[in-house]
Design a protein around this ligand. Structure first.
Ligand SMILES: [Zn+2]
Length: 262
């Protein structure tokens, strides 16, 4: 078999397994629970999951989406985010091959996945995930700069400044948004997430990210406003989805300008 295919399948399976772990992290960190103990169990009957009930995606299918003991329904979220992590890891491999960019992409995708799950479930973007993720990305930037003889200014400091500028920009948006709507227009977690997005994609693409996210969120915000008479909705998943699209399409400012000029 072609080595590319073998690598792709491997990366996909590793993505599924990591996705399964990210589900655990995203549910436990916002609740200040350990990510190691206790072992995975059914939240209703406390049945401790056996190894064959912990296989990403497949266990969900074999168990028919129910706990084996008490038949409580298992959220479709679990297999969905396992599969999504696998697919995004695979796409990152297809786009970047085995490279420093690939490593950055995997860390970035991991942050986006965990943050999205936590934000959907608890309206929380956990600081711990952003901090550990940012430090991991910066460490890879440092190693990349040393290995490929890039100056630390260009290879490390510039991305950090890009992150800081992106954070500051969304902070301003929130400031004026709060004034305009006379209420909290955006969560603090979204603003901190923009640091990681700017750190990875650059300041210009972080701006594009905000606009794509807002564009995608708008119809759902209107529906929520009509149905529930509120427009509180987690913005993190939209920022994350837009960021994943920008990352994996290698979208840059030239492509956007060419599209509108040509
Ligand atoms: Zn159960």
């Amino acid at each position: 078999m072609n080595i590319e295919v073998i690598n792709g399948v491997m990366v996909f399976i590793i993505g599924l397994v990591f996705g399964s772990f990210y589900n655990v992290v995203a549910y436990r960190v916002p609740n200040n629970m350990s990510i190691v103990f206790p072992a995975s169990h059914c939240p209703k009957c406390n049945h401790k999951l056996k190894f064959y009930e912990l296989i990403p995606v497949l266990s969900y299918i074999f168990l028919g989406g129910k706990c084996k003991v008490c038949k409580e329904r298992i959220s479709i979220f679990y297999p969905f985010f396992e599969l999504l992590t696998g697919v995004l890891f695979l796409l990152a491999y297809l786009v970047f091959g085995f490279s420093f960019k690939f490593l950055i992409a995997l860390i970035f995708i991991s942050i986006l996945i965990i943050v999205s799950i936590s934000d959907i479930k608890y309206y929380i973007i956990p600081d711990e995930v952003l901090i550990v993720g940012s430090i991991s990305i910066i460490v890879v930037y440092i190693i990349n700069s040393l290995v490929n003889d890039i100056s630390l200014f260009n290879g490390v400091l510039m991305p950090i400044l890009n992150g800081a500028a992106s954070f500051a920009l969304l902070y301003l948006f929130k400031f004026f948004g709060d004034l305009l709507f006379q209420k909290e227009s955006m969560g603090g977690g979204d603003i901190k997430l923009l640091f990681v997005i700017g750190l990875t994609l650059g300041f210009d693409m972080a701006i594009v990210d905000i606009f794509i996210a807002a564009f995608m969120a708008l119809p759902f915000s209107v529906i929520s406003l009509i149905k529930n008479n509120n427009n509180i909705l987690p913005f993190g998943p939209y920022l994350s989805l837009a960021a994943a699209i920008i990352l994996l399409t290698n979208l840059n400012l030239d492509m956007i300008l060419n599209f509108f000029i040509a």
